[in-house]
Write a protein that binds this ligand. Structure first.
Ligand code: CMC
Length: 428
């Protein structure tokens, strides 16, 4: 916060002084709260220039390609930390001590099973239901199973809910997959780490234990870390907005999952693979690049561009290195759709349209490629994003609930009819 002020001069009215606040790093913000008393609101569709809250969790400098969680660069967390440590960091603000980490990992591991009644809940879905539809439903339904910890004003309850969400999300995600392929649900194993356990629940069957490759488990963990948080993106803002009404954490995360599903947000990793399939062959890339550049064609190159990163996506860099390792391990360097992806990346990075508009491959471009190589069906890609983003969502929710906050209630520029009298049906 600072003593700086901005002066706004409105035609025919006295100038208004608006306080300017400075964060620890990043752009200053102008507090426009005083405008309401003048009968005016700011107008910023898409919240392009609007800070909706104060936060200490994540910082992004899109111009420089910087992403920090609690001050730590994402590259360092992805390469030197792991997902559960990152979860702790996001929630608590500091890296855990050795003892804290051991206790946290143990706590999460001990909560990975879901209530047995949950199995019946799954069975109500059609087998061909999209796993994101299932995830929205089952995560929201967790509030029906855990009445004991729904007092959001109680810090202990918030902590228990956070542990439950982090611990059960892989189990629920894998159950959604198993249900869709008609295989029995696989119970978590307490001797495996978080990423290994997810791969085990996805790929083991009662007849055969899945052999977990350390390279693939490490890649999975990196995917989770790289998705863990991304400040006030659409789904996190949805979680905050939902939470601002006092809704329970499971309902809030379910709302976040719904927001994540769209192809402009978390659905992009699935859309990347659908697009690669549609392109079908390297010879057709030029045609699709031309379509992406055509203003009259709604087609966009999925996995390219970002609202905030206008230089490069630092997550994409780590993801690309991970993709190379996974493809080498699986001997898939010559896979046809991966060949299309590589060529597409090369063309887009050299094409003036993409360079001028600062459209670089984003995290979803490479994560889609890794997940496909691992044998994970495309419909599960956004589910995996949701799993990874859960610690970010709950950390933001907790930060809001743990501090003074108001219900989120945007205003509007109304352009509909002025007041008019109702016309009875026989007079219309
Ligand atoms: N392909 C072709 N043109 C594009 C693309 C693209 N992927 N992305 C943006 N543009 C063009 C767009 O047509 C516009 O052109 P013009 O200025 O001539 O009208 C210009 O670039 C700016 O686009 P915008 O839609 O105003 O930018 P935005 O900041 O509102 O949108 C975005 C960001 C991510 C929604 C968009 O780049 C996009 O749709 N990308 C494809 C979907 C995708 O990969 N999404 C995942 C984002 S990363 C995961 C996450 O954090 O959620």
């Amino acid at each position: 916060m600072s003593d700086k002020k901005a002066t706004l001069t409105l035609e025919g009215k006295d100038a208004i002084e608006l306080p300017i606040y400075s964060g620890s790093i990043g752009p200053d913000v102008i507090d426009v709260g005083a405008l309401t008393s003048q009968g005016m609101f700011t107008y910023d569709p898409g919240f392009v220039s609007t800070a909706a809250c104060e936060s200490q969790i994540t910082y992004i400098d899109g111009g420089k390609g910087i992403l920090l969680h609690r001050g730590y660069p994402i590259e360092q967390l992805a390469n030197e930390s792991d997902f559960l440590e990152t979860c702790w960091l996001l929630w608590n603000g500091e890296l855990p001590t050795k003892e804290e980490k051991e206790a946290f990992v143990d706590n999460v591991t001990m909560h990975t099973m879901v209530h047995d009644q949950m199995n019946n809940f799954f069975r109500g879905f059609r087998r061909d239901a999209h796993p994101m539809a299932i995830l929205c439903g089952v995560v929201g339904a967790l509030s029906a199973f855990y009445h004991d910890s729904l007092d959001i004003t109680n810090e202990k309850h918030r902590n228990i809910s956070a542990i439950r969400l982090i611990a059960k999300m892989p189990t629920l995600a894998a159950m959604a997959y198993k249900y869709s392929v008609g295989q029995p649900f696989i119970y978590p194993r307490n001797d495996l780490n978080y990423a290994e356990n997810f791969l085990h629940m996805m790929f083991s069957t009662p007849c055969e234990e899945h052999k977990i490759s350390p390279t693939l488990a490490d890649a999975m963990d990196k995917i989770f870390v790289l998705h863990a948080d991304h400040e006030q993106n659409a789904s996190t803002s949805t979680v905050r907005l939902t939470g601002s009404t006092g809704a329970n954490p499971f309902a809030c995360i379910s709302a976040g999952i719904a927001a994540l599903w769209g192809p402009s947000h978390g659905g992009a990793n699935e859309a990347v693979l659908t697009m690669l399939d549609e392109i079908g062959d390297v010879s057709r890339i030029d045609e699709f690049v031309a379509r992406a550049k055509d203003k009259n064609d709604p087609f966009r190159l999925m996995g390219f561009g970002h609202r905030v990163y206008k230089n490069f996506d630092p997550r994409a860099k780590v993801m690309k290195e991970t993709a190379d390792k996974v493809l080498a391990e699986l001997g898939l360097e010559d896979d046809p759709s991966l060949a299309i992806a590589k060529r597409l990346e090369q063309i887009a990075l050299e094409d003036p349209y993409f360079i001028e508009k600062k459209l670089y491959p984003n995290v979803d471009f490479y994560s889609g490629i890794i997940l496909k190589a691992m044998g994970i069906p495309t419909s599960m890609f956004t589910v995996i994003f949701a799993l990874g983003r859960t610690p970010g969502w709950i950390a933001h929710w907790n930060e809001m609930i743990g501090n003074p906050y108001k219900i989120g209630r945007p205003r509007q520029l109304y352009t509909g009819s002025a007041q008019r009298d109702f016309v009875p049906l026989d007079k219309r």
